[in-house]
Design a protein around this ligand. Structure first.
Ligand code: SAH
Length: 354
């Protein structure tokens, strides 16, 4: 039993079963015992490895992508350069290095990092120097915004609903013989298709964040690139826990495993569309191949980097990260589409259920 287990059990005894969202929030962000608050989960020794930690090429290509968007929109100065959930700061360090080929961009950029974990904020300051840290995207300046987020949205708290014999009910976490266990709340009047036993997920926090980004980008210019694993109108239970690179029971050791859910990009695209942005959606493989990952990997290999070719394959191949991971971009409707993206037909985006 972890210290957080006891705190959660107390909360359930006091006020009843909690939502999956509340559980995720406590496990990931509890100031004392939360997963991100207490550790550096990345890399080979950690619980999972992310694209920027696999290869410097990932951050470099995203940096060049941002640079191209910035030039295409007339090089606004000053502008907000931002990342949500920067982890160790590796992606932004690689991106900023690559952006140096874009004259004037570094001087015009005001770097803002949105990060909840004090521990990771300290790491990011070490990697990136003096940066402005924010807790919430709603505090971002009202200015042109060029933003990236990798493996951030999967960490946002989801609610789950399951269809029982009588209708839909929220999946809740309660106590059974002193142990955390899943159950169902009262039946709800939800108008959703689905057969008995089916689970659907909703992530209200993700939509709220997307609305803040899209409103700024539509009003002041800019672009956002969201990379994560997930799909379009996904269904089913994707709530998962990882510890030491292996899947574990999400209720097993609260605060000690990484908890995530697949990102559903369709409602995020719908929100961005409603806020006035153009939207494009492709796989990570398509994005990185389109941005020239193979050429860059060969160049690094020629200069003695023995891991570059393998890393490029891992990031782009369909059997590895290339298809499970997707990239969603948003930009102003009157600006050219960012490198690698075509605007999705508006009807296809706006009709999605939110
Ligand atoms: N982008 C990094 C790290 C991904 S892990 C990489 O690719 O390696 C998720 C990151 O989001 C961590 O930095 C975590 O502390 C942060 N995070 C999670 N939930 C958050 C929230 N609600 N608000 C701000 N940051 C959050």
């Amino acid at each position: 039993m972890t210290p957080l287990h006891d705190l959660i059990a107390d909360e359930i005894r006091r006020s009843g079963p909690i939502s999956v969202a509340r559980y995720m929030e406590l496990c990931l962000l509890h100031p004392e015992h939360g997963y991100y608050a207490t550790r550096d989960p990345f890399g080979a020794a950690g619980d999972f490895i992310t694209a920027p930690e696999i290869s410097q090429i990932f951050g470099e290509l995203l940096g060049l992508w941002l640079g191209q968007c910035w030039l295409d929109q007339g090089a606004p100065s000053p502008f907000t350069l931002a990342e949500i959930g920067p982890g160790r700061g590796t992606l932004m360090a690689d991106a900023r290095r690559a952006m140096r080929v874009v004259p004037g961009m570094g001087e015009a950029a005001l770097l803002h990092l949105i990060e909840a974990s004090p521990h990771l904020r300290a790491m990011q300051r070490k990697t990136l120097g003096d940066v402005t840290h924010l807790t919430d995207v709603s505090a971002l300046p009202e200015a042109p915004l060029f933003l990236v987020a990798n493996e951030f949205f999967d960490a946002l708290p989801i609610r789950q609903f399951q269809r029982g014999a009588k209708g839909w009910a929220e999946r809740l976490i309660g106590l059974e013989d002193g142990r955390l266990s899943f159950g169902l709340g009262p039946f709800m009047d939800l108008d959703l298709p689905g057969g008995e036993g089916e689970v659907i997920e909703r992530c209200p926090a993700a939509s709220a964040i997307m609305a803040e980004l899209a409103r700024r980008i539509a009003a002041h210019g800019g672009a956002a690139l969201i990379v994560d694993y997930g799909g379009w109108n996904g269904r089913g239970d994707t709530f998962q826990a990882l510890s030491g690179h292996r899947p574990v029971d999400p209720l097993e050791a609260p605060g000690e495993a990484d908890l995530t859910a697949h990102v559903d990009f369709a409602p995020l695209a719908a929100v961005a569309d409603a806020e006035g942005c153009a939207v494009g959606y492709i796989t990570q493989g398509q994005l990185l191949l389109g941005l020239g990952i193979e050429m860059r990997a060969e160049k690094l290999a020629a200069s003695g980097d023995e891991t570059a070719i393998g890393a490029a394959r891992r990031l782009t191949h369909g059997d590895e990260m290339g298809e499970l991971f997707k990239a969603l971009a948003i930009w102003p409707r009157n600006a050219p589409p960012p490198a690698g993206f075509q605007p999705a037909p508006r009807g296809a985006v706006a009709d999605t259920e939110r």
